[in-house]
Design a protein around this ligand. Structure first.
Ligand code: PMP
Length: 361
């Protein structure tokens, strides 16, 4: 059977060796006679998994002891509410930089809890770009500034970390974590759902500066309380143990493949390959200005919608899956997370070139 390549935006492809490892350990984890999913979250075995996931994450990303690492339920969207719940009390405010679907969703959720200042930073005419930070109307009383590093749907990404002066930065890195080096010390808080570059759905990693934990609101639900979660090693209740186990395997894999620098090199190479095809095409339209192009999620469309459907159908028959754009925008989206092998990108670019030759007269 021809190998299948999964370009889905998430849940995303996992490296084959990890799937095999999970299969092996599923029935008998570490000679315990128990499945990994039967292991108590209070057992020594699970503690070892959890602690090793945290230390690998600290090592790979470069997270100092000034930061707590939390394993939280509910995916990335739950952070859209937890962040304001923890850090905004009555009369307080925050700035939300909107560059696409997810940052706007985060804003809409935060607005339920506080008086939020939305900064529309997406230039959205014939092309997409991010307005420069000097043009942002940041408010003087914001407790933090929230933004999304890589917008998974429109494929718009920040080339550099935005300069918001002395305000703590809170960042949604759901689709970009572990794909390039970051300077954690420049952030107050980073969060990332795990179903793209960190394993499977159901878990969200939160990296938060410890000094901010003293500012956490007192009267919020136990499960949403960052301070409590840090104090109780993310065991406020039963955590998503299987997702934490897969995270540990994934981090081991990234380390063995050469770490974040190597992930970045591959991601750059793979995405440049695809952009070359787009830039030389009369058929595929990508709207993102070069400086703000995502290396991770590449969106484009084909003007003739019948032809676009034909493209998607034929891609599937070439075992190139998960290319249909998000429901809200349609089109085509190529997601190139860390687990995508070069062979997948090669088959995709060859397919795109052949499809154009056969369908452009
Ligand atoms: N933020 C970003 C950047 C995302 O890509 C997604 C999911 N695609 C989310 C938030 C929401 O994640 P979840 O479904 O885990 O809540």
């Amino acid at each position: 059977m021809q190998e299948v390549f999964n370009f889905s935006a998430g849940p995303a492809a996992l490296p084959k060796p990890i799937l095999e490892n999970i299969q092996q350990e599923f029935l008998n984890y570490n000679n315990t006679g128990l499945s990994i999913v039967e292991l108590s979250h209070r057992s020594k075995g699970f503690f070892a998994i959890r602690n090793s996931a945290e230390s690998l994450l600290r090592e790979l990303i470069g997270i100092s002891d000034d930061y707590a690492v939390l394993f939280m339920h509910g995916g990335a969207s739950s952070q859209f509410s937890m962040l304001p719940l923890n850090f905004l009390s009555k009369g307080q405010s925050a700035d939300y930089v909107c560059t696409g679907h997810w940052s706007t969703k985060a804003y809409a959720e935060a607005k339920k809890f506080a008086d939020i200042n939305a900064i529309n930073a997406l230039e959205n005419g014939d092309s997409y770009s991010i307005r420069p930070t000097v043009a942002w109307e940041l408010s003087s009383n914001a407790s933090y500034v929230h933004y999304c590093d890589n917008e998974t749907i429109n494929g718009v990404a920040f080339a550099e970390l935005p300069d918001v002066k002395s305000k703590p930065l809170a960042c949604d890195m759901t689709s970009s974590i572990l794909m390039r080096q970051i300077d954690v010390s420049r952030y107050g808080l980073i969060y990332a759902g795990t179903q793209k570059n960190l394993g499977i759905a159901g878990l969200c990693i939160v990296i938060v500066k410890k000094e901010l934990l003293n500012k956490v609101n007192k009267s919020i639900p136990r499960l949403y309380d960052y301070k409590r979660c840090a104090e109780e090693s993310s065991l406020v209740n039963t955590p998503p143990t299987f997702a934490i186990y897969v995270l540990r395997l994934l981090l081991d894999w990234v380390k063995s493949e050469g770490g974040v620098d190597q992930m970045y090199r591959r991601s750059k190479e793979n995405s440049e390959w695809v952009y070359q095809v787009l830039d030389n095409s009369q058929l595929y339209n990508n709207k993102v200005v070069k400086e703000f192009r995502s290396n991770i999620n590449i969106s484009f469309d084909i003007q003739d919608k019948d032809l676009q459907n034909k493209f998607l159908d034929q891609a599937e028959s070439h075992k190139l899956l998960g290319l249909r754009g998000h429901n809200s925008v349609g089109g085509v989206r190529i997601s190139l997370y860390n687990a995508m092998p070069q062979a997948g990108v090669q088959r995709l670019v060859e397919f795109m070139q052949d499809f154009e030759i056969c369908n452009v007269v």
